[in-house]
Write a protein that binds this ligand. Structure first.
Ligand SMILES: [Zn+2]
Length: 171
């Protein structure tokens, strides 16, 4: 990759949008392979093979821009910061794939449990075919904004509960 040409291309695109060239900050990183196994096209450089998406925000711009690691680094002025987030999201993706392989124990009432960091995660179903997940005094009935209607989604929801997605005001 020719860094200066790449940088110029990114800046050109931002100018075309009437968007600021710098001082963007990241509000979230996500793994596009979490559910669908799909990849994402970077909104800034057009690279179509982005797995980890950095959501970039700017006080003077009307919408967030979703980009890959290097573009995120250009927008915020720190490739190191973007690479550090990339490292965190990759580690979380690895923990998630380990987590979904673990074996849950079923009890007589049809509840499933898994010991995690000394506490039990509980998954139980309702009559309406909905699942609820609880851990450490917290419970969720939704996964990615939708009711949980199958056991696999319940496991994903359990992971989000014990190892929350990487989001925040400024990352
Ligand atoms: Zn890009």
């Amino acid at each position: 990759m020719k860094d200066s040409a790449y940088l110029a291309r990114c800046h050109k695109r931002l100018k075309e949008w009437g968007a600021p060239l710098q001082d963007w900050y990241c509000v979230g990183v996500m793994d596009t392979e979490e559910d669908s196994g799909g990849s994402f096209t970077c909104e800034l450089c057009g690279c179509s093979r982005v797995r980890f998406v950095h959501e970039m925000s700017h006080k003077q711009y009307f919408e967030d821009v979703s980009v890959g690691c290097i573009c995120a680094g250009i927008m915020e002025g720190s490739i190191l910061a973007a690479k550090e987030r990339e490292r965190l999201i990759k580690n979380r993706a690895r923990r998630r794939s380990n987590f979904v392989r673990r074996k849950w124990k079923e009890n007589r009432r049809g509840e499933y449990r898994l010991k995690y960091k000394g506490d039990w995660i509980l998954i139980y179903g309702s009559d309406q075919g909905r699942y609820e997940v609880s851990y450490d005094g917290k419970s969720v009935r939704q996964y990615k904004g939708k009711p949980i209607t199958n056991f696999l989604s319940a496991i994903y929801a359990a992971f989000d509960l014990v190892d929350p997605p990487i989001r925040g005001q400024r990352l």
